[in-house]
Design a protein around this ligand. Structure first.
Ligand code: PLP
Length: 399
């Protein structure tokens, strides 16, 4: 339980800043406030903390520290990666991505399309998986870059970025992955995978909102996204956000040192919740790949009811979850991810995502399992689609 009262199960939207991270950041607001680019010792001292943080971020990815560029968020990192490579390779006019990326990639693809680029958006199957043969045959001599996310924010489905990056490397095409949801939750090793660019966002791994990272492998052709000063080896202008950079370094260090035991603990809680829901509540299904997904995410479809209504009732019971990505909720459009996965119409509007963090407990899961079946039952009772046949089947649930 976070803050003693809310069962917070929306960690893919954002998560709590770890107390250790906050402690690490504190001095950089009060005593160590120098500009890391200054010539004097006061600034130079701060510079050394930025470089230490860079090494900690690099360690999470098994990258070289010079390959880490600090940005303001995951969205900036994605924009920088894609637009930077395409600008550096002006003769190539083809960009490949998937239909289920975050808007921070999809909106860039739309923008490029309006500006003369050819875009291939790879489809996914019912479980949210891409087809690597489709990727391979989509690559042409005009392709500059492929961008495929490491893990989907809504379904949690993991993408085969290892194989996809190898295909790209063999064909001489650069490869970017949006690892905003994967970093800190599953191991990532850029020495083992020929990934050229990789995006991270601080607020998805217990650092604050407003800090991100773009890994750029040495030798990758790219252009800066923000023009100005010479910070970040001329790759990202703007005075470094030192407290947040230090915080992100600490968050990466914590994630790296606990990743295996933490992800196992989180997976067990997620599975307990998921199995409890599927067993107790009729007409429910998992959206996404149940085997190959993030340990902290489950996306469950509840037939015949609206996800938003479920969320409102959960909210009253002090349970925070989500009906999709935080960026698209608020619109009544069904999720582009679930639509691309061909989730049946009767489930697509009734889908809820529960996403865990290291701070969730078994008590949280028990509270949801004690609350949710009653909410769903109440909402179905007032649904005109909840016919006698459904009620009959529900009595014999699980079938
Ligand atoms: N990419 C993915 C997969 C995300 O889930 C998000 C945020 O939800 C982003 C990118 C954007 O990150 P930020 O909020 O740091 O801009």
């Amino acid at each position: 339980m976070i803050q003693g009262s809310v069962v917070y199960l929306d960690n893919n939207a954002t998560c709590a800043v770890a107390p250790e991270v906050l402690d690490a950041m504190q001095p950089f607001f009060t005593t160590l406030y120098g500009n890391p680019s200054s010539m004097h010792t006061f600034g130079g001292q701060v510079h050394s903390y930025v470089e230490e943080a860079r090494k900690k971020v690099a360690a999470l990815l098994n990258a070289e520290h010079e390959e880490i560029v600090f940005t303001s968020c995951g969205t900036e990192s994605n924009n920088h990666a894609i637009r930077g490579v395409l600008q550096a390779l002006p003769q190539k006019k083809h960009f490949i991505t998937t239909k289920v990326e975050h808007p921070a990639v999809l909106a860039v693809a739309d923008y490029l399309e309006k500006n003369g680029y050819m875009i291939t958006r790879l489809k996914v199957d019912n479980l949210g998986n891409i087809d690597l043969n489709e990727l391979s045959s989509a690559i042409t001599s005009d392709t500059a870059l492929v961008s495929i996310m490491a893990a989907n924010n809504e379904s949690g489905t993991l993408f085969p970025i290892d194989e996809a990056s190898k295909i790209c490397r063999e064909k001489g095409v650069f490869f970017h992955t949006d690892a905003v949801q994967a970093a800190g939750k599953i191991p990532l090793d850029v020495k083992k995978m020929p990934i050229d660019l990789l995006s991270i966002s601080g607020h998805k791994l217990h650092a604050p909102k407003g800090i991100g990272v773009l890994f750029i492998r040495k030798g990758t052709p790219t252009r800066p996204f923000l023009l100005g000063g010479h910070q970040e080896r001329n790759r990202r202008a703007g005075t470094e956000n030192v407290p947040y950079i230090v915080g992100l370094g600490k968050a990466c260090e914590l994630a790296l040192s606990h990743i295996s035991e933490e992800s196992e603990k989180i997976r067990l809680l997620r599975d307990k919740l998921e199995q409890g829901i599927l067993k107790a509540i009729p007409f429910t299904r998992i959206n996404g790949n149940p085997r190959w997904r993030l340990p902290n995410t489950t996306n469950i479809g509840f037939e015949l009811i609206e996800g938003e209504s479920i969320l409102l009732h959960l909210d009253k019971a002090r349970i925070a979850a989500s009906s999709g990505s935080a960026c698209t909720s608020g619109s009544l459009e069904p999720s582009h991810v679930l639509m691309a996965m061909n989730v049946p119409f009767s489930y697509i509007h009734g889908s809820v995502r529960f996403s865990f963090s290291r701070y969730n407990t078994e008590e949280d899961v028990n509270h949801v399992l004690a609350t949710l079946p009653g909410i769903v039952e109440k909402l179905r009772e007032i649904s005109p689609f909840y016919t006698k046949e459904y009620k009959e089947k529900a009595r014999n649930w699980p079938l």
